[in-house]
Design a protein around this ligand. Structure first.
Ligand SMILES: [Zn+2]
Length: 251
């Protein structure tokens, strides 16, 4: 028996980020290609965190950032001391402020709402072929470990008399990913935002990401990727539509 095995099993039982717990199944699902949809999408569907709609309230403003920066910086100073560092040494003097400012940037999705982005970007159009934007860069923060997970998002939808400015799909990804997230919820929120905004015949969203909380600790699987998908409307109901989407995002 592989000596690494018992440890790996123990790791999987530890309270951990979702991506890590489910990684093996997801890798298998990803390898199975089209077959991954029902499984992974279905699992995301059973998770219960509230899924925001695109009409949500703004959680944070620029003024909040200014107001909260000092206490955030103080907190980072506490972290440095608790790690055994000397916050007074030269290299760390400005670190609490830098880290606080960076963390506000990493979570700037809280400062925007989907309706900010979609206003004036929805057009009436008789186009009824699939629209796909793939390889959208995504940078997010794991809400369980406060470390990044980064990857690509692929979005497809089948319009129903309305289309969205193409760059706006990437903006939707930006708004939801620049928050504390789990990959499953991120995937679902993107799909639901597009559905509520455009009422399309169907939407498919696939997210592939590498989680630093997996790569840098635990079993240190450098090249493992977590794949999640949400399929709505005809993307869920019609295997041919789903197949077309999955084929096109791979090509
Ligand atoms: Zn994590």
């Amino acid at each position: 028996m592989d000596p690494a095995k018992p440890r790996a099993l123990l790791e999987k039982r530890a309270p951990n980020c979702n991506g890590f717990l489910r990684e093996d199944k997801k890798e298998a699902a990803a390898a199975a290609g089209a077959g991954s949809r029902g499984d992974v999408g279905g699992r995301a569907g059973r998770s219960t965190p509230p899924v925001d709609t695109w009409r949500e309230e703004r959680a944070r403003s620029e003024e909040d950032n200014e107001l909260n920066l000092p206490s955030l910086a103080t907190a980072y100073g506490t972290i440095l001391r608790a790690l055994g560092e000397d916050p007074g040494r030269q290299g760390l003097l400005k670190t609490p402020w830098r880290a606080a400012t960076a963390m506000q940037y990493f979570t700037k999705g809280y400062q925007e709402t989907i309706s900010d982005v979609l206003n004036d970007a929805i057009f009436d159009e008789d186009h009824d072929e699939m629209v796909i934007v793939k390889d959208i860069d995504m940078f997010s923060m794991c809400e369980h470990h406060l470390v990044p997970f980064i990857g690509k998002v692929h979005i497809g939808y089948l319009p129903n008399k309305q289309v969205l400015g193409l760059s706006k799909l990437a903006r939707i990804v930006e708004i939801y990913s620049r928050r504390l997230q789990v990959q499953e919820r991120l995937t679902k929120q993107i799909a639901i935002a597009i559905t509520e905004a455009l009422h399309p015949s169907g939407v498919g969203v696939v997210v592939e990401a590498t989680h630093m909380c997996m790569v840098m600790r635990g079993v240190q699987k450098m090249n493992s990727k977590t794949v999640t998908s949400t399929m709505l409307g005809v993307f869920r109901e019609d295997p041919k539509t789903r197949e077309e989407f999955l084929t096109l995002i791979k090509s």
